[in-house]
Design a protein around this ligand. Structure first.
Ligand code: 5RP
Length: 295
């Protein structure tokens, strides 16, 4: 306990300095509690307002995907080049050292495996908020199947996760899952992202599409884009650049990073687009330079 007697008398109240603004850099999240904002500031870089998330949660439905045969071998070395790691608790616990400094976005739902025709029929909560807190995660990701057979169940899971997340200050990432037979249209993403935000997701993951700026404008919280299937590095960087130019606040990319010829170079090049405003061309040059220097 501090001594009560003999202390210096307080006299400098900095009357010429304004108290800090209580505004918050992340779109739509200014009314969140301090703890939630603190976690959001670990997910999104407060300077750029953006984030590079590395998704390696594919195994939970696909088994050992190319590039993720050994998560400990391929993902752990790339962690230092990204802001956020997104994976299942099984993969994070077994393959990611607890000493990493990244924010962690826990894939908290399970879904049907690739052997089932419609992955939305078997969706549910795979890791509850208590498990998330024990793992000291920064956010939880809940996948929603708007328009799919599992729509109601997944929306219920999202709402419950938002309730619990608000109780403990943990942001929820709403993930728009597009079923096999559904069109990846602007109209679909306008609808799905807006629904997830209105149900309380703190940020939303979706796919890049035509007129993406409208999807961003109509979604009241930050949007990050998924990478999707592996593209040539140049094209993936171009997509990231377009998304950021259209207002996305980052990427949550998997295959376009870990299936790249040089994942560490690709992660850094994506980071240049997302945080430094590099053009796709500049970022591709950076990718090649780093790749060649590591040969
Ligand atoms: C799917 C997901 C995955 O994390 C995401 O699709 C993986 O990233 P990528 O498509 O870039 O490989 O959220 O719902």
């Amino acid at each position: 306990m501090p001594d009560a007697i003999g202390n210096k008398v307080p006299k400098n109240y900095h009357l010429d300095v304004h108290a800090p603004e209580q505004g918050f850099f992340a779109k739509g999240l200014g009314n969140s509690d301090w703890g939630m904002k603190n976690r959001l500031s670990k997910l999104f870089n407060p300077e750029s307002g953006n984030t590079v998330m590395l998704a390696f949660d594919h195994g939970y439905i696909m088994g050992p995907t190319s590039g993720l045969e050994r998560v400990d071998v391929t993902i752990a070395p790339v962690c230092k080049y990204v802001d956020v790691l997104m994976g299942t608790r099984g993969a994070i616990r077994t393959c990611i050292p607890p000493t990493v400094n990244n924010a962690i976005c826990l894939r908290a739902t399970y879904d049907s495996s690739v052997l089932v025709d419609d992955m939305s029929v078997g969706t549910g909560i795979g890791a509850d908020m208590e498990a998330a807190i024990r793992m000291n995660v920064t956010a939880v990701a809940i996948q929603c199947f708007i328009g799919g057979a599992g729509e109601a169940r997944s929306m219920e899971d999202l709402c419950r996760a938002v309730d619990c997340g608000e109780r403990y200050g943990i942001p929820v990432l709403g993930v728009t899952a597009v079923g096999k037979n559904m069109a990846r249209s602007t109209e679909y993403f306008l609808l799905a992202t807006r629904i997830l935000a209105e149900l309380g997701a703190s940020f939303v993951k979706t796919y890049y599409c035509d007129h993406f700026e409208n999807v961003v404008a109509a979604c009241p919280v930050p949007i990050v884009i998924a990478g999707g299937k592996k593209l040539p590095e140049k094209d993936a960087l171009e997509m990231a650049w377009r998304a950021i130019s259209d207002g996305a606040r980052g990427v949550d990319m998997g295959r376009n990073i870990f299936q790249s010829e040089c994942p560490a170079a690709m992660a850094q090049a994506i980071g240049a687009v997302v945080h430094k405003g590099s053009s796709a061309k500049e970022a591709y040059e950076m990718y090649q330079e780093i790749k060649n220097s590591t040969k």
